[in-house]
Design a protein around this ligand. Structure first.
Ligand SMILES: C[S@@+](CC[C@H](N)C(=O)[O-])C[C@H]1O[C@@H](n2cnc3c(N)ncnc32)[C@H](O)[C@@H]1O
Length: 363
């Protein structure tokens, strides 16, 4: 089955140097425990590694992009040979003046092609490997040039401090949500600016309505209903680092189990459509938001293929950002939406750009 998005988007550069999807809700949705076989869209690797922490039998990571798989391979090498605090330094979650030395230690564990991919990006490594994708550059431009026009450093630090719910609401209304915030946010996160600076225009093909308005509402939710002080995605977007507020795969409590299970992980440069032709069966599918970039017909065709490659009871998890996708009625005999679980987990989603988190179970 040919991949629709592969024909349109450019995959020659690192697009995502981190996964901008909340691994906490992903792991809760998929329950990737012992005996389970997982298929996971690779992206930068963090969420695939998060699945490994629960000791499934096997995880197969796929991506259309060799650049993304080079990110996965470097992270795997880092888990193998670095200490936890050094991994955080390499990624950019902690400060470090000499990331090159950390890379040199990881380099021994890389394949020849991936060594040369990263050797050509020496100066980027010094910035922290979590900061060098096109998407992270987009956030950096926002943080460096747009945010200072709206809020002072003091106000930004204040937003990121722990507060009770009531205080978060009043801080948002009284200090944060001023005219400049609303205007510049809507401008910067408009479809036109996003396409020019961050996301491939191909990714907006199936999106309707105002992109920025919807993201603004979700951002308000993340800043008020959720606690910004424990949100790694918000911390990074606003400050360029994690300040010890870490996503699942980078938290110390998950480091040893991920390291221990690295041999259960395999990665492959392939579209998911092609990978399914091999006839393997899976229990857990991390599908990122790949359906965002497909027509409804392609979505249903792929969903049917995924079900045909599932073990009974297998779970699928995916995000909608702007294009609504969820099990069509025509597949009711094959797939059950886990609506309550989806809603509960979506309410906890710390990566706040999405409009839905979908969890479905194969009959
Ligand atoms: C779907 S993107 C989304 C990342 C993030 N949610 C965002 O939009 O900000 C994550 C990864 O999926 C890969 N990808 C997209 N469609 C794919 C497909 N059909 N098969 C395999 N990988 C795919 C891309 O190369 C990318 O590295």
């Amino acid at each position: 089955m040919p991949s629709e998005v592969a024909e349109r988007a450019d995959f020659s550069t690192i697009r995502y140097a981190q996964c901008w999807e909340d691994a906490d809700i992903l792991v809760s949705a998929l329950e990737p425990g012992p005996g389970k076989t997982c298929l996971s869209i690779a992206s930068a690797g963090d969420n695939t590694l998060a699945l490994l922490a629960r000791s499934p039998e096997r995880v197969l990571a796929l991506d259309l992009s060799r650049a993304q798989l080079a990110c996965v391979e470097l992270r795997v090498a880092a888990y193998r040979c670095l200490e936890h605090y050094e991994l955080l330094q390499l990624v950019g979650s902690s400060p470090c003046k000499e990331r090159h030395g950390l890379y040199q230690r990881c380099r021994t564990y890389l394949s020849t092609d991936v060594q040369s991919f990263w050797d050509q990006r020496n100066s980027l490594i010094e910035q922290g490997i979590g900061s060098i994708g096109k998407f992270e550059r987009y956030f950096r431009i926002f943080r460096t040039y747009v945010l200072p026009l709206i809020h002072s450093r003091t106000v930004i630090s204040n937003l990121l401090e722990t507060k009770p719910h009531d205080a978060r609401l009043s801080f948002y209304e009284d200090c944060w949500n001023n005219k400049r915030w609303k205007f510049l946010f809507q401008l910067f996160f408009s479809r036109q600016v996003m396409s020019a600076l961050g996301r491939s225009p191909a990714f907006f093909r199936y999106v309707e309505g105002s992109v920025a308005e919807r993201i603004l509402l979700r951002t308000r939710y993340a800043m008020t209903e959720l606690d910004p002080a424990v949100n790694p995605y918000l911390q990074w977007i606003l400050t360029g680092t994690h300040h010890n507020v870490l996503p699942f795969a980078l938290r110390e409590e998950n480091f040893e189990s991920i390291r221990h299970n690295l041999d259960r992980l395999e990665w492959r440069c392939s579209s998911i459509e092609d990978a399914l032709d091999r006839g393997e069966r899976f229990d857990c599918f991390n599908l990122s938001d790949i359906f965002e970039y497909m027509s409804e017909d392609s979505y249903e065709r792929l969903l049917r293929r995924l079900v045909s490659r599932s073990n009974p009871g297998a779970r699928l998890a995916y995000w909608n950002m702007l294009a609504p996708r969820g099990r069509p009625k025509s597949m009711a005999a094959l797939l059950d939406p886990l609506e309550e679980l989806s809603t509960t987990l979506f309410a906890e989603d710390k990566a706040f750009f999405y409009s839905a988190f979908v969890v479905e179970r194969v009959r």
